[in-house]
Design a protein around this ligand. Structure first.
Ligand code: ARG
Ligand code: ZN
Length: 843
């Protein structure tokens, strides 16, 4: 059944208070719920009360104390209006559930002996009968009966109960119980509230919580200074669990995290892991205001909280580290995941208007494009306008369940700007293509003609022009800026922008900072690209120029059998040796475009991408770069040695990133000598895992792989890396064999989403291997999704996106992928989650 935004109606009743009692038992937990209800004035008339409930065994129900004889159906419980009084009333239910049998990891489940919950989006209905929708907000009181030492829920602990004074929707409910140990700290908010911070982990893991705690404290402080937002309870708890479908969850006062995004030590976590932990801790914390205090009216508004919270965590990470590097990384992810989604059968609007299963819409479009849309809005209204709008948003909507219309209204009201056209970014899917033409009249006037095309997407054949902020700067051909960054507003399908009084033809730097999530089509010759890589004053475009050069060369290598271009090799040599540049930036420039990225680019340029040819060309390009840099490599590598003990800070991490980028080149020349040496002496996982990756990428390193396993076999998170690396770097023809060998191991526990993803996610990410002409990769992924679906439909559905780009490829591959999609569609008992995804991909 499809749900439509247009059908929204407020709920029939208000929940004025929720009292829950849990009697925990692995297979027979009792949940007693006492709901204080009253008719909702927004829905006049005497109405039935319909509560959601799935897989609940109803023990008893009472209305104002009197026993009700009700029978639940598959999806819930109806109390007919005839039984309900006119005014407020109390409904008490008791149900039984079996957390130990809950492999879907939605609702109340067990992970390694620990009770925990995941209620977003619609998991609370697997715990008790309730109006499980975000616009029903209520204060909760929770009592947990169990012998387990640590019992947690939302809010403040008060007299043996957890009391959450802030009305919240059920998706923010959480409960945790088990043998846990806390790392604690004290935090005082700007206005003086004392807050106890606890990070709860399984005994033994408490040595790996310091960084998460540090990140939490920095996040809390940052939200006070950057947004004026303070924390609002006496405690803030974070719990790490091993089995979790996503990254983490912002439950009020009780964030639950995938252990992977909490636990870190130098020996076990890479620099990238540290950066992700920092970002996710911040993200979940920031939800306290953008998500919890102000929540979403319905799930169509998901981007209201997710886009904004991603935008905020990106700002935070930029402030903590480097804005330039962070922006480049974010754009790399956006293009790899969101552009890919937007260009295929799963394309949907940032605010979709229909869905079958909401869990399928926790996507790169809702999250990352949702954040880009906010970045554009900020650019259009300016920093002050943004600040005023956000202050108004918090002021006006605190305690409410809001919509995108509310969000845009605060910007309109605070800044006076008409946002009717801007709203299309929320409503229309697809990545706009912006074309640039330059004209120099020889007499001081330079013209840029910008035009936009908004390609059709499923269900949206025709689109209107969007308002696209295009940040441009003009450079002097001898270096230096003639026009600093200026935002051009492209609002029509084509517009001309004129710059007068110039002494010479400038070199334009277009779409600075990636000011809009669009594909830019601008014919620039390699010499100018190299000039921009050397001289652009905008760090994003400086990187982008090198990127564009590399992609153009790779494209010509694939389609025309061209040789690696001298311009690019020369430019890379310059960057590699330029000590005035941030090492992290240099590492990003030296990183070759990925194979999926090239397939996307070639497809957009009208070619049918050949995965084997892309793989071979990328190898040749890497080797050519290594050979060109060969004389300098030992010296460059020596320059990246980080002195002193490991520290995860951005500066040290940047040096290590550069070292690994150089090592990957060196390994193409020295049969792995340098990488083996680094592997052997590494005292941190960045170097150890990075060196191993360099070896595996060249088809060597069997011995190191075995040593890594012997050292880390007892560590689940590190072993995930061991699984991932082998799959990601397997040679195309060997991939299926590697996957079969790994999945046959007893430690391939498919019920653990991290482990499943570390193999199956990497299977789909190994572009040339997954798309090998024999179709073995496609069959394997489909086989495993069919196996996982009955256990964990949410993760199965998410992993099916490995197939989303089928229409890019040749007829044989298309036929094979569609065959696998059809096979999944026909699987007996297919879940709604996977069913919807497969159906959309088949079209
Ligand atoms: N709100 C969480 C976050 O963005 C994600 C929860 C997603 N859960 C889900 N079942 N889809 O941090
Ligand atoms: Zn979020």
């Amino acid at each position: 059944r499809t749900i439509h935004l247009a059908d929204y109606q407020p709920f029939t009743h208000c929940v004025d208070q929720v009292d829950l009692t849990f009697r925990l038992h692995p297979t027979a937990t009792r949940v007693l719920a006492k709901l204080a209800l009253s008719p909702n004035p927004a829905r006049p008339g005497h109405q039935d009360l319909r509560l959601n409930g799935i897989d609940l065994r109803l023990i008893s129900a009472r209305l104002n104390g009197a026993v009700l004889d009700l029978i639940a159906d598959e999806t819930g419980l109806t109390v007919p209006a005839t039984l309900l009084p006119e005014g407020p009333f109390t409904l008490e239910t008791e149900v039984e559930i079996a957390p130990a049998q809950n492999t879907a990891l939605e609702g109340l489940y067990m992970s390694n002996g620990l009770y925990c919950t995941q209620c977003e989006a619609e998991g609370f209905r697997k715990i008790t009968f309730y109006p499980d929708r975000p616009d029903v907000m209520a204060p909760f009181r929770v009592r947990i009966e169990s012998d387990l030492p640590v019992l947690l829920s939302n809010g403040n602990p008060t007299g043996g109960e957890w009391v959450d004074p802030w009305p919240k929707p059920a998706y923010l409910f959480a409960l945790v119980a088990g043998d846990l140990i806390a790392t604690s700290a004290d935090f005082t908010t700007a206005s003086g509230r004392a807050v106890k911070l606890n990070i709860w982990v399984r005994p033994g893991d408490e040595t790996r919580t310091d960084y998460a705690m540090d990140a939490l404290i920095r996040s809390m402080r940052w939200d006070e200074t950057a947004y004026g937002r303070e924390y609002d309870l006496d405690v803030f708890n974070i719990v790490a669990v091993d089995d979790f479908n996503m990254g983490a969850m912002e439950n009020k006062g009780l964030n639950i995290f995938n252990a992977k995004y909490v636990l870190a030590s130098p020996e076990t976590a890479t620099d990238d892991d540290y950066a992700r932990i920092e970002a996710i801790i911040a993200h979940e914390y920031f939800h306290n205001w953008t998500g919890n205090r102000i929540t979403c009216r319905d799930w169509f508004q998901l981007c209201l909280k997710e886009g904004l919270t991603v935008f905020r965590d990106q700002q935070f990470s930029g402030d903590m580290r480097s804005h330039a590097v962070k922006r480049i990384e974010d754009v790399l992810t956006l293009r790899a995941r969101q552009f890919r989604e937007d260009g295929g059968p799963l394309a949907h609007a940032v605010r979709p208007d229909s869905f079958v299963e909401i869990n399928n819409f926790y996507t790169a479009t809702v999250y990352e494009k949702g954040a880009e849309v906010i970045g554009m809005l900020k650019r259009l209204v300016g920093d002050d306008g943004y600040k005023q709008a956000l202050d108004l948003y918090f002021d006006r909507h605190d305690g409410q369940a809001a919509t995108i219309e509310d969000w845009l209204a605060v910007f309109a009201d605070a800044t006076g700007r008409d946002l009717a056209q801007f709203k299309r970014w929320y409503e229309q899917a697809g990545t706009p293509r912006v074309t640039v033409k330059e004209d120099w009249d020889g007499a001081g006037t330079f013209r840029l003609t910008l035009s936009q095309v908004n390609p059709p997407t499923p269900g949206q054949p025709v689109k209107d022009a969007k308002v696209i902020p295009v940040a441009v700067g003009l450079l002097n051909p001898n270096g230096g800026e003639v026009l600093e960054t200026t935002v051009l507003e492209l609002t029509n399908s084509e517009q001309v922008f004129e710059f007068n009084g110039l002494a010479a033809r400038p070199v334009p730097s277009i779409l600075r900072g990636f000011s809009a999530p669009v594909v830019l089509e601008h014919a620039v010759d390699p010499t100018t690209r190299a000039f921009l890589l050397a001289h652009d004053t905008d760090p994003f475009n400086k990187w982008e120029s090198g990127r564009a050069l590399a992609k153009e060369i790779l494209a010509r290598m694939v389609t025309e059998g061209a040789a690696p271009g001298a311009d690019w090799l020369e430019a890379m040599t310059q960057v590699a040796g330029d000590d005035s540049l941030d090492p992290a930036f240099r590492a990003l420039v030296l990183r070759l475009p990925g194979e999926d990225d090239m397939a996307q680019t070639l497809f957009a340029a009208g070619h049918v991408p050949d995965p084997a040819a892309i793989h071979a060309a990328r190898k040749r390009l890497g080797l050519a770069l290594a050979e060109r840099l060969a004389p300098a490599l030992p010296g460059l590598l020596a320059g990246t040695v980080v002195d002193g003990p490991y520290s995860p800070d951005a500066k040290a991490a940047g040096k290590r990133a550069l070292r690994l980028a150089l090592l990957s080149l060196q390994t193409r020349l020295d049969a792995g000598a340098a990488a083996s040496a680094l592997f052997a002496q590494a005292d941190n996982m960045t170097d150890e895992g990075g060196a191993l990756a360099c070896l595996l990428e060249q088809g060597i390193g069997a011995e190191e792989l075995a040593r890594f396993e012997a050292k880390w076999h007892g560590d689940r998170l590190v072993m995930d890396k061991w699984f991932s690396l082998q799959v990601l770097h397997a040679a195309p023809e060997a991939l299926a064999g590697v996957v079969n060998r790994l999945t046959a191991r007893p430690d391939f526990d498919m019920k653990n989403p991290n482990r499943f993803r570390s193999v199956m996610g990497m299977l789909a990410a190994n572009h040339a291997g997954f798309h090998h002409a024999d179709g073995a990769g496609y069959r394997l992924l489909a086989d495993w999704l069919i196996k996982l679906d009955p256990l964990n439909p949410q993760t199965a559905a998410r992993m099916s996106t490995g197939f989303e780009s089928w229409s890019r490829y040749d007829a044989d591959r298309q036929g094979m992928i569609r065959g696998e999609l059809a096979r999944m569609a026909a699987a007996p008992g297919l879940s709604r989650n996977l069913g919807e995804m497969v159906g959309r991909m088949l079209g």
